[in-house]
Design a binder for this molecule. Sequence first.
Ligand code: ARG
Length: 263
Amino acid sequence: MQKKLLVVISIIVIAAIVTILYFYVFKEKGAIEKIKEKGYIVVGTSADFPPFEMVDEKGEIVGLDIDIAKKIAEKLGVKLVIRDIKFEGLIPALLSGDVDLVIAGMTITEERAKAVDFSIPYFEADQAVIVLKDRTDINSVEDLAGKKIGVQEGTTGDFWVTDNLVKKGKVKEEDVKRYGKFTVALLELKKGGIDAVVMDKPAAEMYVKLDNSLKVAVVIKTGEKYGIAVKKGNKDLLDLINKVLEELIKSGEMEKLIKKWFG
Ligand code: ARG
């Protein structure tokens, strides 16, 4: 009888040890641990969105988002590697593990939140319509009816045009020109291939500031909030990102960065 009890207890103890060992050895490494092992964090962005991310005269990618990314890398104690991808490719790059996080003036949307996890919001924005400066016939959303409109593929500007102009029969689907990069959309606008470009107001205003052949003709109130995206389930990394954002906001550093980039 006693012997039997001893065997049962031994089996339980061994099973417990094996289970603990199993979890200890095979435990999934957290995102942060993997990044630290690599020694660098790969950040995906679409560098056509001043002043959040853009290519400067030296060919370097700079901007408000990049400064935030630097703070995140600093907090992790690793190097920062920036990967410039067209906007539409950013979430796929995150899902495939090509990038560790995405910071690209990306609006937090319900649809995107099904695929990725978002940080707390760090910026608010509306949409705007850019046209050539001498254009006088586009002054409201209604004036976009029947026009050729450029957007960046997969952006909220693209979705706004699709939902509010195409689906309502005001603009033909084939008259919506979807570009990988805003820079290409604006070149097309200047060549006369399209009548207007719909993009986020802060970037639109910055482009207009840099190029006096353009103007913002209409503002479309959408009240979007930008967030940083990580692969679903990378909770440790998301927590760290939120901490960095909270610290930047609380300390007033974020305001300073916004002033630095918006002037
Ligand atoms: N906020 C818009 C969106 O999330 C546009 C972002 C475009 N960003 C960029 N880096 N090109 O769809």
